[in-house]
Design a protein around this ligand. Structure first.
Ligand code: ATP
Length: 141
């Protein structure tokens, strides 16, 4: 079976470095499926749970946005943060989710009265927390 190497890199470390069969990511332009010998591309990523297929199995990895470069043999993801499910602290992600959701709801209920809330920042924090909860199959509402 043909494979493509996936490297996920944060400012601190190399988080993931393996040959995979397929990667499904949410880019700034929509969902993309990357197979071996994909045409070269560079795109932004939004915070989400990426799907990594290896040998018929599939695993998830939370990614906090960043950039992806694809060549026919190598996918490089440069991200502020990414975690495999076993490295996610679910309690921390649930707390971050509740905090961000509260901020977003407070702002949306009366934007003019909450100019102190940075809504873009709150929405990104919410998306990162959701990605971590999805990657660990944790329900949220
Ligand atoms: P929090 O508000 O809980 O800090 P955050 O979304 O602001 O969450 P980030 O800025 O995305 O956090 O990440 C900062 C660092 O903490 C990164 O190294 C990231 O991998 C790690 N991290 C964040 N949340 C979790 C989590 N729930 N479990 C494990 N590591 C986490």
């Amino acid at each position: 079976m043909s494979t493509i190497k996936l490297q996920v890199v944060s400012p601190e470390k190399l988080i993931f470095d393996k040959e995979i069969s397929m990667l499904i990511v949410r880019s700034t332009g929509g969902e993309l499926g990357i197979l071996p010998r994909h045409a070269p591309l560079v795109t932004g990523l939004i915070p989400h749970a990426m799907r990594i297929k290896i040998d018929g199995g599939e695993s998830l990895m939370a990614v906090a946005g960043g950039f992806m470069e694809v060549t026919p043999t190598l996918i490089t993801i440069l991200t502020p943060a990414a975690e495999e499910p076993e490295n996610i602290d679910v309690n921390r992600a649930q707390a971050a989710y509740a905090r961000a959701k509260q901020r977003v709801e407070t702002f949306k209920s009366a934007p003019a009265q909450h100019e102190e809330i940075d809504i873009d920042r709150a929405e990104m924090a919410l998306a990162r927390a959701k990605a971590r909860l999805i990657a660990t199959n944790t329900s949220f509402n």
